[in-house]
Design a protein around this ligand. Sequence first.
Ligand SMILES: [Zn+2]
Ligand SMILES: [Zn+2]
Length: 256
Amino acid sequence: MALSKPWIDHFLVGPLQMRCSVVTDRASGDTIIIDGGDEPQRIIDWVDGFRGVGPNWTTGPENKEVAEQQFAPNRRVVALVNTHAHFDHSGFIPVLQAHYEVDWFLHPDDDYLQTLAQVSGRKYGLSLPEPAVADEPLVGGEVYTFGTIELSVLHTPGHTLGGCSLVLSTTDGPDHVFVGDTLFAGSVGRTDIANSGGDFEVLARSVHTQLWPLEDTTVVHPGHGPITTIGHEKRTNPFVGEPAGGAGNFGFGKYA
Ligand SMILES: [Zn+2]
Ligand SMILES: [Zn+2]
């Protein structure tokens, strides 16, 4: 079922300031963590008890006391879900898996990339745990039910082979899509990262066929940088939007 006013906390974590999104159904307290790639203790402290520095941005209660009184007893993590397997998005998933003991979902076309998370992180000076292994596969075109939260999965390869965009429908506001590094405000993800299977033509096709059909008002939550909307990117994005022409412009995007 579509959610009413989903509560979304954004944590910008790690050296690449990757966006981890925590989505809660206010009615049930059921919660999913999307791309819990770094600073796991910061995420756990907030989600479990509203402790610590908390998120960078939230649609939930801003007052800690209100949050504690109204939501703390009910907020319960029911699944971990990833848009793709680059280390900044998945490096610390093992800590969240051990703490919450819930399944972690990843598209199987990123399983090989996921085995390299530790090695890739080292290049950025990060010491990561043994890479997590996905418990369950994400399949494009399927709707997943995590507790009371429903996500539609769109397979959007191009930045990585198994890249997915996760659509959250709402009953009383714009829908939301968590796109990982497929699409950014004014840019797109890099397609030249080793072992990822990046391909700009594939990425542009993913955006054109999977993301552009979403409502213009859909809020886009990218893996890096500011949030935007489908309509705004369709009109202004120089890589895959109208300025690029129908077929998409050739180019390299920004982040890993
Ligand atoms: Zn990436
Ligand atoms: Zn990234």
